[in-house]
Design a protein around this ligand. Structure first.
Ligand SMILES: *Cc1c(COP(=O)(O)O)cnc(C)c1O
Length: 223
């Protein structure tokens, strides 16, 4: 895609987001995190040059490589993947803007230990497995509020900003919608800042269900 065609394509994504957010309210602001996991630094730069600032990666080593290669640019880096305990130090070294995949109290405790040792802090979202799928990480809807409060109390070096979820893996719109609504109810109960849900295939629906952060990969980095 040439530069102009690419910009027009990104504009159509932004227009779709705009229509969806206005269905919720004129005051409903949605942040876009561009998921660059299948893209190289040239593609990230191209999107940066048309205004995108927040990028997400799901592997610690890729996050490190790309954020280092692009450190001259004023970008935000989000870690959106599953964090293995043996990668904690590496992630904290990168100091991401937001860790979106905090998926258990146990991982929170391990992070807290390391953070307090090095006197640093980390902003994070609690990942919720709202469709209760065995293939997905995250706490169940039933446990989410309790785990969120326990992390807030027991992990002073972690600042929880809200929740993250991946929509149900289904072709049935109602099923996906129910999974987003379940996450959104927890977000409202918590009165949190961020409700991160919606990917390339379902971001419009996610926003209509109250998402205020979408994580878009393939739709922003077309091949
Ligand atoms: C890959 C990924 C995305 C983006 O996926 P697309 O379908 O390409 O938009 C969003 N969130 C998470 C957690 C991911 O791993």
């Amino acid at each position: 895609m040439n530069e102009l065609a690419y910009k027009l394509h990104v504009d159509t994504v932004i227009e779709t987001i705009e229509r969806a957010r206005l269905k919720v309210s004129g005051h409903h602001i949605v942040k876009i995190v561009a998921v660059s996991k299948y893209s190289d630094t040239d593609a990230i730069k191209a999107l940066y040059h048309i205004g995108q600032r927040a990028f997400g990666e799901n592997k610690v080593q890729d996050l490190k490589a790309k954020s280092t290669a692009l450190e001259a640019l004023p970008l935000e880096w989000h870690f959106i993947g599953n964090l293995q305990k043996n990668k904690i130090n590496q992630l904290l070294q990168i100091d991401p803007t937001l860790f979106q995949g905090l998926d258990s109290l146990e991982l929170a405790h391990a992070l807290q230990q390391r953070l307090s040792d090095q006197e640093s802090s980390l902003e994070a979202l609690l990942q919720i497995n709202s469709a209760a799928e065995a293939s997905k990480h995250g706490v169940s809807c039933d446990e989410a509020v309790d785990v969120y409060h326990r992390i807030s109390q027991e992990c002073p070096n972690i600042t929880l900003r809200g929740v993250m979820s991946i929509g149900a893996h289904s072709n049935d719109r109602r099923t996906v919608q129910r999974s987003f609504e379940a996450t959104h109810r927890i977000y409202e109960t918590l009165r949190a800042d961020i409700c991160s849900m919606g990917m390339s295939n379902d971001y419009e629906l996610a926003i209509e269900c109250g998402s205020n952060m979408v994580r878009l990969g393939s739709v922003l980095f077309p091949k």
